[in-house]
Write a protein that binds this ligand. Structure first.
Ligand code: NAI
Length: 342
């Protein structure tokens, strides 16, 4: 029920611990790209989770210091560092959840698709190692372009014979976090209560906030819908421009990914009320991958939530049709990248 925010869950866990009912820290999490702008704050937030017993940090450089630093926090998880390809396998053995923020971020003037050439290879290599070492893990892909890197990951896992579409997630949580924040600001609502499903994909017009499905129920004027939708779609670029060459969203992204990973761990732990939006293999539209709300369980996706796509406003119906060609092309580009490999 507490979809709206990462914080209440942490508070809930603390309350449990005061009653002597602290959840047993028993899950192993690996972050690949852990020394980066997203990786570091994400590692810190995951280090705070009462559900994590081991936190394995992997990067091609600079990860030793990050791990030494974090290891001094007196929370349950044991932190270990792994540097370079020769240590990647050990990083992944026995891991329940993998998070991948490895790769280059955008600079002003770049689209997420401009990152394709570099990040496609990084994701391919890392997911191959996941397939070899922890094929049962929940896999959370942050590296952009998510609309293509998730299909790449799926193809890699298929080639390795271990693809479970219920356990492969493109992380679009930041779009939901932004939508919740902007709607709460605009409508003067209590942040913690607001939940806006965001569907489609994770780039430009493929990001479709379903404002008509906002909880609590809110009325928007046509101008407000247009303004909010465009702001949510371009929020990443807002940060890229403000950082002026120093990268893209890292802190809000880490917050959003930590929320998703915590949801995955709660689902693994048997919580029967866990929902997130994610870019996943889907039959809700004619596209093979699509972001929507999903219900998470011990085995990954328990259900997609098709009702979100019925009864859309006219604006949303049009936007949904408009995003499909771009999203389709990005998905096909990812699949083709893998099929072209020798
Ligand atoms: P960054 O450049 O600060 O960090 C990337 C890290 O990946 C670096 O530490 C680098 O050493 C590491 N890395 C590079 N190649 C690697 C490899 N082969 N194996 C392991 N690690 C490797 O970048 P930042 O800001 O952390 O962004 C990372 C990615 O996340 C980018 O692709 C960015 O576009 C994406 N992103 C996704 C968002 C989403 O909503 N899904 C939001 C914001 C960023």
């Amino acid at each position: 029920a507490l979809r709206g925010s990462f914080v209440p869950k942490a508070q809930k866990a603390n309350q449990k611990s005061q009653n002597g009912l602290q959840p047993v820290a028993s899950y192993k999490v690996a972050i690949l790209g852990a020394a980066g702008g997203i990786g570091q704050p994400l590692a810190l937030l995951i280090k705070m989770s009462p559900l994590v017993s081991a936190l394995n940090l992997y990067d091609i450089a600079n990860v030793k210091g990050v791990a030494a630093d974090l290891s001094h926090c007196n929370t349950p998880s044991q932190v270990q560092d792994f540097t370079g390809a020769s240590e990647l396998g050990n990083c992944l053995k026995g891991v329940n959840a993998v998070v991948i923020p490895a790769g280059v971020p955008r600079k002003p003037g770049m689209t997420r698709d401009d990152l394709f050439n570099i990040n496609a290879n990084i994701v391919k290599t890392l997911v191959e190692a996941v397939a070899d070492n922890c094929p049962d893990a929940f896999i959370h892909i942050i590296s952009n372009p998510v609309n293509s890197t998730v299909p790449i990951a799926a193809e890699v896992l298929k080639q390795k014979g271990v693809y479970d579409p219920k356990k492969l997630f493109g992380v679009t949580t930041l779009d939901v976090v932004r939508a919740n924040t902007f709607v709460a600001q605009k409508k003067n609502l209590k942040l913690i209560d607001v939940d806006v499903p965001v569907v489609g994909g994770h780039a430009g017009i493929t990001i479709l906030p379903l404002l008509s499905k906002t909880k609590p129920s809110v009325n928007f004027t046509n101008e407000e819908v247009e303004q909010l939708t465009v702001r949510i779609q371009n929020a990443g670029t807002e940060v890229v421009e403000a950082k002026a060459g120093a990268g893209s969203a890292t802190l809000s992204m880490a917050y959003a990914a930590a929320r998703f990973v915590e949801s995955s761990l709660r689902a693994l732990d048997g919580d029967g009320d866990v929902y997130e939006c994610s870019f996943v293999q889907s039959d809700l539209t004619d596209l093979p991958f699509f972001a929507s709300r999903i219900k998470l369980g011990r085995k990954g996706i328990e259900a997609l939530i098709p009702s979100d796509l019925s009864g859309l406003s006219e604006y949303e119906e049009k936007a949904l049709e408009a995003l499909k060609p771009e999203l389709k092309a990005s998905i096909e580009k990812g699949i083709a990248f893998l099929q072209k490999q020798p």
